[in-house]
Design a protein around this ligand. Structure first.
Ligand SMILES: Cc1cc2nc3c(=O)[nH]c(=O)nc-3n(C[C@H](O)[C@H](O)[C@H](O)COP(=O)(O)O)c2cc1C
Length: 177
């Protein structure tokens, strides 16, 4: 294993689109390393199952995703809450796919034993909105030298959009996704 992390994937403009009834499922251990992926998760990734298991979930991270989104995701999970989000992922080929993702902590006898995620096809409308917003967020992140300042400023673009629409983050994602 390990060695596949050394592969530098060059993102391309090829999009793979989820079908209406597709559910992409993955699980991780408490450290965010992939412990399970359903057949479609593996197919979309383009990796072999044995190459994915044990790898950090950021193996499919797309560079067009703002860091602030993942910081928010982990804040939610650490607060024992579910995270919803519109997530663009990277395939081994460099292609990408958009998902409407939910990520949740999983417990056994009250003890955290990992996390899991279920993703379905997002609406074309929210993909358009998030493509534009994430682009601005990434530009904002590049403008600051400290990591915290950059993520705070980036996340503010998202919260400002929500404030303008007078809607909570979850409502926003849910009603548009
Ligand atoms: C259950 C679960 C599912 C996740 N799914 C994804 C995913 O589909 N795509 C992704 O980029 N990150 C996903 N993550 C988040 C990654 O662990 C990581 O935080 C993120 O890719 C940012 O990586 P970075 O901090 O190295 O930039 C998931 C995490 C968990 C716990």
């Amino acid at each position: 294993m390990g060695h596949i992390l050394d592969i530098k994937i060059i993102p391309t403009s090829e999009e793979i689109v989820m079908e209406e009834n597709d559910f992409i499922v993955s699980r991780t251990d408490v450290k965010g390393r992939i412990s399970y992926g359903n057949e479609i998760f593996i197919r979309f990734s383009g990796f072999e199952e044995e190459d994915l298991i044990g790898q950090p979930h950021n193996i499919i991270r797309h560079p067009d995703m703002p860091r602030a989104v993942y910081r928010f995701m982990w804040q939610r999970l650490q607060a024992k809450q579910e995270f919803f989000g519109i997530v663009k992922n990277l395939c081994k080929s460099g292609a990408y796919y958009w998902t409407f993702a939910s990520v949740k902590p999983s417990y056994q006898e009250g003890e955290l034993n990992g996390y899991y995620s279920i993703r379905r096809k997002p609406s074309a409308e929210i993909v358009r909105t998030m493509t534009a917003l994430y682009k601005q967020m990434i530009e904002e992140e590049a403008r600051h030298s400290s990591s915290k300042a950059s993520m705070d400023a980036s996340f503010k673009l998202l919260t400002d959009l929500l404030a303008k629409q007078d809607i909570s983050y979850d409502e926003f994602v849910y009603t548009h996704a």
